[in-house]
Design a protein around this ligand. Structure first.
Ligand SMILES: Nc1nc2c(c(=O)[nH]1)N[C@H]1C(S)=C(S)[C@@H](COP(=O)(O)OP(=O)(O)OC[C@H]3O[C@@H](n4cnc5c(N)ncnc54)[C@H](O)[C@@H]3O)O[C@H]1N2
Ligand code: MOO
Length: 440
């Protein structure tokens, strides 16, 4: 029997372990794909909010508060001066002018932090500094610039109105009003408002600890020489680590592992101890070396699906190890990895942190040119949003639809969301975008 074409006789391979499916995974539509919304809602249903704890103000930037906060103080806390000058009765100086100045005796001085020495009698003035409490009886402040800055008597050369330059108690924030609702994300301005209330720590959900791993034996570490010109530098683990950090997470970038199943299993198992979420890229499609799809079912319950989107169609999710740590397994193409992050990972991180809304808010823009789209898939094209000559926001596509176009991704400032039922967005039609950055 000729050897050519004959199958080699070898030891029968050990059967692959039975994959344990995850409960409740959405079913695919007639096109064999799961919808974007179904998949995202499914992932959100499979992760929990992290338990909250009290943290100091400077550690909560970008985190979401998980309690309502009621103002315990008025802001301002008392009527106070907005100017360095003199506290007076408006009626005493309502006709003052350069031609007919009004002269008043100066009966005292109040600095910020002090109390007025006594109420202000009609026909007198009291020196007052910015932020100092307005003395009882006074109802206007005359700034130094409208006076001769006198210490014993003051000559006032401009008219004042009732209430002028007085900052009223509670006009900014009224004591007893709700200033934060659970779910609000805290930035520097919120931290200042909380500090102004005398609060030094608040209940927040912690930053999720995210482990980022990229797979593929073609990957080289940036900063090192490549073994051959067919190696490529690992950009995905940097992309995802940076995106997670920008979303408020604490990141451990493990970097790249090759396509050896045992090595991949070992690296992932080693990381379980410090992860609230694991992210991988690569190895989830149909290739002969698509290791993630092959080994992950051995580590826990997994779900691999084709999602009706472009880019980012092949998606994996699992709960692995004893503690059932969630893992999101994304495709390796860089743009696919980024879009998967935006569409699935960012909402999951926001749920863990208790930040609402989980999904980015869509803005509407005019299409600056025609945009063809694939019917049956939601496309997330890279776009550049600008303000046109007519003052309206408009968006143009940056580069093509290829999911390898990393240079174009870096130049874009938005994702253009082209719906499943659209084959063409015409020039001037309204289209939805997700803004990605403020600085472009
Ligand atoms: N026969 C089929 N082939 C492919 C299909 C399919 O349905 N049938 N789907 C395509 C789609 S869509 C995608 S997306 C990719 C997903 O592939 P994998 O997740 O298995 O990823 P890889 O094959 O490992 O890599 C794809 C591509 O991305 C580059 N890559 C991977 N990791 C990184 C990294 N860390 N940094 C930079 N670039 C990376 C890799 O070199 C490949 O060029 O599958 C299609 N194929
Ligand atoms: O889903 Mo792939 O992401 O189309 O390139």
């Amino acid at each position: 029997m000729p050897l050519f074409g004959r199958r080699k006789t070898t030891e029968p391979e050990a059967p692959a372990p039975e994959a344990v499916p995850l409960p409740g995974a959405p079913v695919a539509g007639a096109n064999g794909m799961r919808s974007v919304d179904d998949h995202r809602d499914y992932l959100l249903s499979m992760v929990a909010e992290l338990p909250p704890f009290r943290q100091q103000l400077l550690d909560v930037i970008d985190l979401s508060i998980c309690e309502d906060v009621v103002a315990g103080l008025n802001l301002p806390g008392f009527d106070n001066s907005a100017m360095d000058g003199y506290a007076v009765l408006a009626a005493d100086v309502e006709r003052a002018s350069a031609g007919e100045p009004v002269v008043l005796p100066v009966v005292g001085e109040i600095a910020a932090g002090q109390a007025a020495p006594h109420p202000l009698a009609p026909g007198t003035a009291m020196k007052i500094m910015t932020g100092a409490p307005v003395p009882e009886g006074a109802d206007a402040i005359v700034p130094y610039e409208n006076t001769d800055r006198g210490d014993v008597d003051v000559t006032i050369v401009a008219a004042s109105e009732y209430g002028q330059h007085i900052r009223r108690v509670g006009e900014d924030v009224a004591a007893g009003s709700v200033i934060y609702r659970a779910g609000d994300q805290l930035g520097p301005r919120d931290i200042s408002l909380l500090a102004a209330m005398g609060i030094d720590a608040v209940m927040v959900r912690p930053r999720p600890r995210v482990v980022v791993i990229s797979t593929g034996s073609e990957l080289a570490e940036p900063g090192y020489l490549r073994e051959s010109e067919h190696q490529i530098y690992d950009s995905n683990s940097f992309l995802l680590a940076a995106a997670c950090r920008a979303a408020g997470a604490q990141v451990y970038r493990v970097g790249r592992v090759g396509d050896d199943p045992d090595a991949v299993k070992e690296v992932i198992t080693d990381q379980l101890i410090r992860a609230d979420l694991i992210l991988t890229t690569g190895g989830v499609s149909q290739g002969d070396y698509d290791v993630i799809k092959q080994v992950m079912p051995e580590l826990g319950r997994t779900d691999f699906a084709a999602v009706a989107m472009q880019p980012g169609k092949p998606q994996g999710f699992g709960l692995i190890g004893e503690d059932e740590v969630p893992i999101i397994m994304m495709p390796g193409n860089p743009v696919s990895a980024f879009v998967s992050f935006e569409v699935f990972v960012r909402p999951v991180l926001r749920k863990m942190m208790g930040s609402t809304p989980y999904v980015r808010t869509e803005l509407h823009c005019r299409a600056a040119h025609a945009m063809p789209s694939i019917v049956g898939k939601r496309q997330f094209a890279r776009g550049h949003v600008s303000v046109g000559e007519d003052g309206h926001r408009q968006v143009s596509l940056v580069g093509g639809h290829g999911s390898h176009l990393l240079g174009d991704l870096a130049r874009a400032n938005a994702l253009v969301v082209l719906p499943e039922d659209t084959d063409l967005v015409g020039v001037g039609d309204e289209v939805s975008v997700w803004m990605l950055a403020d600085h472009h």
